[in-house]
Design a protein around this ligand. Structure first.
Ligand code: 2AM
Ligand code: CA
Length: 264
């Protein structure tokens, strides 16, 4: 496999898709909900996923695709080359704000992340990484993260997980909020992972993310030394919805030991 050529191919596909998304603001966007009233999808999410899938199937017929909107393949194992695609990550932001959403793409071979992309469409910021070759924001290489402490950290977390909820003990989460320097929530898991990779925040944690939300960002974050795992400390399976944390390596184990306690 020529990963350099694949990288150029993926980047041009992403830029073309971003162009379509920007143009969609001149048309009427149809909004519907999926699993719950707050789980939104639009005709644009679907069209962008179909755009990617048509191209990938034409040019790489042996590759498989796992896409959020379900037009890809049924993926039950990580064998071969798999493209994990979220055509619009942060659909609520796309609808309400017309910004703060991203195209998220990860390309894996036999479960190993080779190429990762998160494209902040409205800012025209493309975060990318190739395994062992570093991570980039547009043409600028991102530096390795430096060590920090929880007291000096900004924690990326949605307020839902600080309120009583069915996934995580919220008292230790309150303790975390009181211990750290500050909290932020941006509403796009893929973008939040780039915030960790650039050191704008030091950790991002979520209770239920899907493979397409994290596949691209995990490669980018990993290239600057961040650690990704489930909240049990295991490697994400990339086969189902799971808990997730990506953080500066120096605070990862302390966060899981002292502050983020899953409900039994
Ligand atoms: P999405 O916009 O592609 O659905 C919101 O905090 C973040 O969590 C977004 O990245 C969103 O991705 C993701 N997410 C994953 N599963 C979700 C769900 N069932 N409902 C809402 N957001 C979800
Ligand atoms: Ca999405």
């Amino acid at each position: 496999m020529n990963w350099g050529a694949m990288d150029r191919y993926a980047k041009s596909l992403i830029k073309e898709a971003g162009h379509h998304i920007k143009h969609s603001f001149f048309t009427e966007i149809e909004i519907s909900s999926k699993s719950s009233a707050n789980d939104l999808v639009t005709n644009i999410d679907r069209e962008i996923e179909q755009f990617f899938i048509t191209r990938i199937r034409r040019d790489f017929p042996n590759h498989r695709i796992m896409g959020e909107e379900g037009f890809g393949d049924e993926i039950q194992s990580l064998n071969g080359v798999i493209w994990f695609l979220d055509p619009i990550d942060g659909t609520m932001n796309f609808i309400h704000q017309k910004r703060n959403f991203a195209i998220s793409l990860g390309i894996y071979i036999d479960g190993i992340g080779m190429l990762g992309y998160v494209y902040d469409v409205m800012a025209d910021d493309l975060y990318s990484a190739m395994k062992d070759e570093g991570a980039y924001l547009n043409d600028i290489r991102l530096p390795q993260l430096t060590d920090t402490t929880i007291e000096e950290s900004i924690i990326g977390v949605n307020a839902s997980w600080i309120a009583p909820n069915r996934y995580v003990e919220n008292n230790p989460m309150i303790e975390l909020v009181n211990t750290c320097r500050g909290t932020r929530s941006y509403g796009s898991a893929a973008l939040e992972m780039t915030h960790v990779a650039t050191g704008r925040v030091d950790v991002y944690v979520s209770m239920r993310l899907s493979p397409w939300d994290i596949a691209g960002g995990m490669i980018i974050a990993g290239e600057v030394g961040a650690i990704s795992s489930t909240l049990n400390g295991e490697q994400s399976s990339l086969l189902e919805q799971e808990t997730f944390i990506v953080s500066n390596a120096s605070i990862h184990s302390q966060l899981l030991e002292d502050f983020i306690v899953l409900k039994k």
